[in-house]
Design a protein around this ligand. Structure first.
Ligand code: NAD
Length: 499
């Protein structure tokens, strides 16, 4: 978008009317308790809006609405092509309101509005469209039984889905779940992260405008330990889909075990390696991808390439190119043109990142770029792109998910050693590899225990390919692609004796 086509987001922000109520059974309602909480703009520390603080009572109401909608078939039994049209209308409405939604996402999360416009929102629209298009193109099966019997293997919706959402890509992750959940004929209760409830609430308004019946999509803002736990433990929630930290993900398995054994799907954290082999000759494209991997979204990205594994012979040369390129990623006001690194989600999280930087120094890591809080005068929570050299894989900054713009460099000698270090982590979400050697590309991509391996790129791809984690990065299923439909459906076998 050229500078003169670009909206004046700062003045648009002043004109926004922000809805903060919950959306239950097609209506905006305050929390049953009347309580609210405040959501803050991380770029200046100022309060954006008061939001309904949903709790057990609100979750009960939302689940009851979702269950009633599911049981009377107002959505599940609607003709597939009608359901498809409604979901496509929703995608069109998101697209028609793309600038407002991107602005709201940026204000609530701190990410550059241009990233929300170029990545989060297109991703959201695409998730809705891709799964909508699939609705009337998926067939069930007839199994090869003897002639006097017919056996049908059919997919049926699982019922009421609870979705607990993180703050890093709020609307994109909601759509990643709403697309296949609604395509399958289910109802959903969404609990957005307490830091970023605003786009979820605005999205609910568009759901109603698209003509999706009341009760099919509900949004209950609130805190994890209250509203999130209530959804996880609810006896009428048939499936709980969660994206967030591994630590919180574990709770949902416990909640399910202690309630109704609901299906649980977990998309969790990561500590992904970016491996650079010494056969790489052109560092230009590599450093661009490395920057995308760790600086995009302020590093608050589950599949961030946070461990740079580099073959010894090229380490110093590569690191000079990394530092030079990372300096071009401007930290600043998320609404300003040219900002590439926005504000971190909240003050507590910023301090957590600064503590990791301190621990990296204490353990012998050497900072070659950044390492500090910046723009403190704005009242916002900014940390500059930071690169560590001299890291080994047993240091805390190499083992734990920092979730910020901090890259840790770990040298290796051989391909085998690179594979060993890459896999020496409890996580297994993603990995990227840079090489000119086809043999190395095959060998490493097959040997890495991660859900997505990208060679000579950093990307999570397209709606058509599955996304999810190995090891402690995921549990129970895959987002995107037709595998996402499997998560939100049940298989039924029907036998019919023919006489
Ligand atoms: P988080 O786990 O702190 O919170 C996620 C959600 O869980 C929020 O809605 C929160 O309110 C809720 N929650 C918190 N405590 C709860 C509890 N005790 N019971 C029930 N619900 C509870 O995660 P976050 O800080 O919002 O997001 C960052 C994390 O998400 C990172 O670890 C990141 O890697 C992960 N993530 C993973 C993916 C993926 O697809 N694998 C995508 C994005 C983010």
């Amino acid at each position: 978008m050229s500078e003169n086509q670009r909206p004046n987001f700062a003045s648009r922000a002043n004109e926004l009317t922000i809805e903060g109520r919950a959306f239950i059974n097609g209506q905006f309602v305050p929390a049953a308790s009347g309580k609210t909480f405040k959501t803050v703009n991380p770029a200046n520390g100022k309060i954006l809006a008061d939001v309904a603080e949903g709790d057990v009572e609100d979750v009960n109401r939302a689940v009851a609405a979702a269950k009633a909608a599911f049981e009377d078939g107002r959505w599940a039994k609607m003709a597939p092509k009608e359901r498809k049209r409604a979901l496509l209308r929703l995608a069109d409405l998101v697209e028609a309101n793309i600038e407002e939604l991107a602005l709201l996402e940026s204000l609530d999360n701190g990410k550059p509005v241009d990233d929300a416009l170029a990545a989060d929102l297109p991703d959201c629209i695409e998730s809705l469209r891709w799964h909508a298009e699939a609705i009337d193109k998926l067939y069930d099966q007839v199994s090869p039984t003897p002639g006097d019997i017919v056996s049908l293997v059919v997919r049926e919706p699982i019922g009421v889905v609870g979705a607990v959402i993180p703050w890093n890509f709020p609307l994109a992750i909601i759509a990643m779940k709403v697309g296949p959940v609604l395509a399958g004929g289910n109802s959903i209760v969404i609990k957005p992260a307490e830091q970023t409830p605003l786009t979820a609430i605005r999205f609910a308004e568009l759901v109603a405008e698209a003509g999706i019946p009341p009760g099919v999509v509900n949004v209950v803002p609130g805190f994890g330990e209250t509203a999130g736990q209530a959804l996880g433990r609810h006896m009428d929630v048939d499936c709980l889909t969660f994206t967030g930290s591994t630590e919180v993900g574990r709770y949902f398995l416990k909640y399910a075990a202690e309630s109704n054994l609901k299906r649980v799907i977990l998309e969790l954290g990561g500590k992904s390696p970016a491996i650079v082999m010494d056969d790489v000759t052109d560092f230009g494209p590599v450093v661009e991808q490395l920057a995308m991997g760790i600086l995009f979204s302020q590093g608050e990205n589950c599949s961030a390439g946070s461990r740079l594994l580099v073959q010894e012979g090229i380490k110093d040369k590569l690191l000079s190119a990394v530092v030079e390129h990372f300096r071009t990623w401007r930290v600043g006001d998320p609404l300003a043109a040219g900002t590439k690194v926005g504000a971190l989600i909240e003050e507590k999280h910023m301090h957590r990142i600064l503590d990791y930087i301190e621990s990296g120094k204490q353990e012998g890591g050497r900072i070659i770029l950044g390492g500090n809080r910046v723009l403190q005068e704005t009242g916002g929570f900014f940390v500059e792109p930071t690169v560590f050299d001299n890291v080994n894989n047993s240091m805390k900054i190499a083992r734990e998910e920092i979730f910020g713009p901090v890259l840790s460099t770990i040298p290796f000698r051989t391909v085998e050693e690179a594979i060993q270090i890459a896999n020496d982590t409890p996580y297994g979400l993603a990995a990227s590899l840079y090489t000119n050697n086809l043999h190395t590309a095959h060998k490493v991509s097959r040997a890495i225990r991660a859900g997505t391996v990208s060679v000579n790129c950093f990307s999570e791809g397209d709606q058509s390919v599955p996304f999810g984690g190995f090891k402690q990065s995921g549990f129970g299923g895959r987002e995107k692609s037709f595998l996402a439909h499997d998560q939100y459906s049940q298989v039924k076998t029907i036998w019919m004796q023919l006489r």
